[in-house]
Design a protein. Structure first.
Length: 311
């Protein structure tokens, strides 16, 4: 016999249901339940607050109203596959979502598959806002990319810096040696550059360095690599080019620079260059020959290109 003091099973179920609903409503993270077709059946206050919608604005709507157009079909298919499948839990995933007014957020979503009182499956989704964390990660990534860039490039001109440039030369020398292909380098610097800095200031000098390196890159082949060694001294690596063709290329560079006016002051500058071709030499020897040839160009009157004697 059932005791009159024992609670009715239906009362227990009702109480359990109310407790569950109260827990969901009080939960600090967003929770929603969607029917087998993806329409909202329940959204808790945290879910509404996060997206900026009132409960009545979401109930009965398809959940894809909260995701970018480009992702709607994918998420719709994922929802259907999960509802029709046997898995009870969906893998945690990161998604971009859109709140009321078009504001975007990034969330981590995790879901569970339950069976409703009607015997039909439902999807319970739990969301955590990671927007701030994601933005911090993006800023950190950009900062790291910037540090990596500065470690390998000259900040003023955007060219490879000395360290990265010499590493690149080592790679090109190794490639040339392995395949027996020609390789030449040219060292050049701007003539009387100190006088420009002294007369017009370092700001104008920096502008000239930027514009000259742009002109040099414009004149060289895309496969040639220009490097800022320091100050007004530069190195050009020319793969697959012998010394004579490198000389011709640097003559075109020299002429282009000499015929161009730079900065708003319409200043003219010239350069002196030394060219050396690779013939089973170390990086140091190759650069030394190019440097000596450049010195000869300066001693011979500047604004000229000199090819180093055979190594």
């Amino acid at each position: 016999m059932t005791s009159s003091a024992s609670p009715d099973i239906h009362q227990l179920l009702d109480q359990s249901k109310r407790n569950t609903e109260n827990v969901i409503k009080a939960a600090p993270l967003g929770i929603c339940i969607t029917d087998p077709h993806g329409y909202f059946e329940m959204v808790n206050p945290a879910y509404c607050d996060f997206y900026g919608y009132a409960e009545e604005e979401l109930l009965g709507q398809h959940f894809t109203m909260l995701v970018p157009d480009a992702n709607r079909e994918t998420l719709h298919d994922l929802h259907d596959s999960f509802i029709e499948g046997e898995e009870r839990h969906e893998l945690r995933q990161e998604w971009e979502v859109i709140g009321k007014g078009g504001k975007t957020h990034t969330i981590i979503a995790e879901a569970a598959r339950i069976i409703g009182f009607d015997g039909q499956p439902r999807k319970v989704t739990f969301i955590v806002d990671i927007t701030q964390r994601k933005r911090l990660e993006q800023r950190l990534q950009k900062a790291n990319e910037r540090l990596h860039y500065l470690a390998h490039h000259d900040e003023l001109t955007g060219l490879l810096n000395r360290r990265a440039g010499l590493q690149r030369l080592e790679q090109e020398l190794s490639r040339s040696s392995r395949y027996g292909s020609p390789l030449s380098v040219s060292m050049f610097d701007l003539d009387n550059f100190k006088a420009i800095n002294d007369t017009y200031g370092h700001g104008v000098g920096d502008n000239i360095l930027q514009e000259v390196t742009a002109k040099v890159n414009e004149t060289l082949r895309e496969t040639d690599i220009q490097i800022r060694l320091g100050g007004e001294e530069f190195l050009v690596i020319m793969p697959e080019v012998d010394a004579e063709n490198a000389r011709q290329a640097m003559e075109r560079v020299r002429s282009a620079v000499a015929e161009t006016t730079f900065t708003q002051r319409a200043l003219t500058v010239t350069l002196s260059a030394g060219v050396a071709g690779y013939v089973e030499a170390s990086t140091t020897r190759l650069l030394d020959h190019a440097d000596k040839a450049m010195y000869q160009a300066k001693q011979s009157g500047r604004n000229r290109v000199v090819v180093a004697s055979s190594m």
